[in-house]
Design a protein around this ligand. Structure first.
Ligand code: ADP
Ligand code: MG
Length: 402
């Protein structure tokens, strides 16, 4: 399969870095993409649906066995270097590995530990990590790093993991080694992504349906607000607890099992806040399934409408948006379909991070400019924007599989 220009350049750079740091060309090179969620926000922990796609931005790892001297120094250790952080770290590659102090290499260590548990033993190696995903920008560089690591272990050992098992061990790495209780969407997308497709992922069954985004003229524009509002009081866990409470009152296992009619019937037994939280989740799960259907049928007006409704619901009912996200969505909406914008919404947990917009390819430059100028003028800092399309999941690039 042909690589995009973007990925080709990144791989070339990673391999050059490897030569500079480790003295020879790498024997193995792998890539794992980031992801963006088109719709279905805060639905995963309610056992609902999400609609992510892999994006054409990656964590690349280039690796080889250590040379003789380094090999003698440590038989059960790997050394990994991050170009982005300009840091080396040492990873244990044998035996039962317990989580250590948390840091950037925890993601690598966690994924290696998971592979060891499955019987994949890579032995010592040296690796260079290089990415064109923002670190901490909401496009899941963390999952891409875990998945790249597990893919590298597959390349080294010549053994393959079952894809779902691989996603679960990467998620486990993030839980146990990085201390982040994330859902499965990020790792799943980075592994199962398919060029030209979005994935309707059922977070209860852990099954995904690929939905082809057929129209050649469509691109996905990601706009990073470059802000992260640090809020007190653990907003994420608060929202989770509120959903659990609402589910109990409604008498269902998870909000996934409640219908809008049931919610209205129980309205008097929920206070206003819990009612609104539940209304977001229940309506968002329905929107996500409808959005997949709209994409399948090429009903772009409908997709746009669902994206705007999703944003409104996140802003007003779930209260996880912020002024910067609202502004980017409003700027996109005011361009409208005539200017090439199909739809736009915040994506990710909220309180900063990115918006995702579906845009006509021919309009990418003008839409990018409008969003950039409008945001800079109002907020005073520049947003970061880039266009992408649904990309292929993690791959072994070297040695080539012919
Ligand atoms: P996101 O997944 O949205 O990018 P996270 O906070 O979950 O944000 O993960 C970001 C963290 O992942 C970084 O702070 C770093 O520890 C690790 N990471 C991701 N990419 C790299 C990289 N290229 N080099 C080193 N560490 C990385
Ligand atoms: Mg992450």
């Amino acid at each position: 399969m042909g690589l995009s220009e973007q990925l080709e350049r990144l791989v070339e750079e990673a391999e050059e870095h490897f030569v500079r740091r480790c003295g020879a060309a790498p024997r193995w090179t792998v890539a794992a993409p980031g992801r963006v969620n088109l719709i279905g926000e805060h639905t995963d922990y309610n056992e609902g649906y999400v609609l992510p796609m892999a994006i054409d931005r990656y964590v690349v790892m280039a690796a080889d066995r250590p040379d003789g001297q380094a090999r003698a120094a440590g038989g059960n250790e790997a050394r990994v270097y991050s170009v982005e952080l300009d840091r080396w770290a040492t990873i244990t590659v044998e035996g039962d590995v317990a989580p250590g102090p948390r840091g950037w290499s925890s993601y690598v260590q966690g994924a290696v530990a998971g592979c060891l548990e499955k019987g994949l033993r890579p032995g010592p190696f040296e690796a260079v990590i290089h990415a064109d995903l923002p670190l901490g920008g909401g496009l899941s560089s963390s999952a891409a790093l875990e998945v790249a690591t597990a893919t590298l272990v597959e390349a080294i050992t010549g053994q393959r993991l079952d894809p779902l098992e691989k996603a679960l061990l990467c998620q486990e790495a993030e839980h146990r080694f990085a201390g982040m209780p994330c859902g499965i969407m990020d790792q799943f997308s980075s592994i199962m992504g398919r060029q030209g497709h979005v994935m309707l992922l059922d977070c209860r069954a852990l099954e995904a349906e690929l939905v082809r985004m057929a129209e050649a003229d469509l691109a996905v524009l990601i706009a990073n607000t470059n802000v992260k509002h640090e809020l007190t009081g653990g907003q994420y866990s608060q929202r989770r607890a509120q959903c659990e409470h609402a589910a109990r009152v409604l008498g269902v296992r998870a909000l996934r099992d409640a219908t809008p009619a049931q919610l209205e019937q129980c309205r008097s037994r929920l206070d206003e806040l819990h009612y609104r939280r539940a209304r977001h989740v229940i309506s968002e799960i329905a929107r996500t399934v409808q959005a997949a259907e709209a994409i399948r049928r090429g009903q772009w007006d409908r997709l746009g409408q669902l994206m705007y409704e999703s944003h409104r619901s996140l802003r007003d009912d779930y209260e996880v948006s912020c002024g910067e996200l609202d502004l980017l969505v409003e700027l996109a909406r005011s361009i409208g379909p005539e200017g090439g914008v199909i739809g736009s919404r915040m994506t990710g947990g909220g309180f900063g991070g990115c918006t995702v917009s579906v845009v006509r390819h021919s309009a990418i430059d003008s839409v990018t400019e409008t969003l950039y100028d409008g945001y800079l003028q109002e907020i005073g800092i520049p947003p970061t924007l880039f266009a992408t399309r649904p990309a292929q999941g993690a791959r072994i690039l070297r040695p080539p599989s012919d």
